[in-house]
Design a protein around this ligand. Structure first.
Ligand code: DGL
Length: 274
């Protein structure tokens, strides 16, 4: 029997545009779902915020969104938030919540010189979650951590049309360029970084740069397929939505760009309603 259901509503969340790299992978796999992309530009960047602040903030935002939109699944498309907020979110909301985890495990299988680099925000590289992940999957490798606050902003600016300053980027990568053994596998442990992958690849031409976007999309697809049988759903006719926590000039510029991502309707979300 052909049971046809409405397409599920998928919330994708990040501090900024980084989550679009994950959203894009999910959208390409499941174009029929309805998407709500939410970004907390008021508090960007998350990489320099405390754990407690992020737990409360992300909780309030997701709660505010659920006041207006029914959500079937949420993706925390931000490594900085995922490495700290998931247990709390999962205890509060009944829909499945998927987080992004830096691709340490795949990197440990790919590396030939047994030297892996993890490029992420300052907050992410300091988390015990990361230490545990390395212990669990890459104990046989040397893992070099580089926590930077500037890279996410460089990626934000690039999406708004600003050319990446290669001299500045190379300067930021100096700690690794000075190493005797350069990581042959570099994990992009922040969802913003796939947007500057080309530039990073120019600096590390011999290294393999990997991220978790595709793996997350597969996970979302499997989870939704179990419940909705994705080949039988009624495709969403509602416009995909973008929500941000504050309206600024950059948002105004960004909105035009977002139609390239099939995100067509913008609102500001008032998190005091959470
Ligand atoms: N996109 C984010 C991440 O994956 C956060 C960047 C930031 O806000 O500092 O970690």
């Amino acid at each position: 029997m052909n049971i046809v259901k409405q397409s599920p509503s998928v919330l994708v969340f990040d501090s900024g545009i980084g989550g679009l790299s994950v959203y894009n992978e999910i959208y390409n796999k499941i174009p029929n779902a309805h998407y709500i992309y939410v970004f907390d530009n008021e508090m960007f960047p998350y990489g320099d915020k405390s754990s407690n602040f992020l737990i409360n903030r992300v909780n309030s935002i997701i709660e505010a969104v659920t006041k207006f939109y029914p959500i079937d699944l949420a993706v925390i498309a931000c490594n900085t938030a995922s490495t700290i907020c998931l247990p709390n979110l999962r205890s509060k909301f009944s829909f499945p919540i998927i987080g992004v985890v830096p691709a340490i495990k795949p990197a440990s299988l790919l590396t030939k010189n047994k030297c892996i680099g993890l490029l992420a925000t300052k907050a992410t590289v300091e988390r015990t979650y990361i230490t545990d992940l390395i212990h669990q999957f890459a104990a046989h490798c040397t893992v070099k951590l580089l926590g930077l606050s500037e890279l996410a902003l460089i990626a934000e600016n690039k999406l708004q049309g600003v050319t990446v300053d290669m001299k500045q980027l190379k300067e930021l990568m100096q700690p690794w360029l000075r190493l005797r053994t350069i990581p042959d596998t570099i994990v992009l442990g922040c969802t913003h970084y796939p947007f500057i992958k080309t530039e990073l690849q120019m600096i590390f031409p011999q290294s393999n740069l990997i991220d978790s976007g595709h793996a997350i999309a597969i996970r979302v697809c499997n989870l939704l397929n179990d419940k909705y049988k994705l080949d039988r759903i009624i495709p969403s006719t509602s416009k995909n939505i973008v929500l941000s926590t504050v309206y600024t000039q950059s948002v105004e510029k960004l909105i035009k760009k977002l139609s390239d991502y099939n995100l067509h309707k913008y609102h500001t979300i008032d998190i005091s309603l959470a």
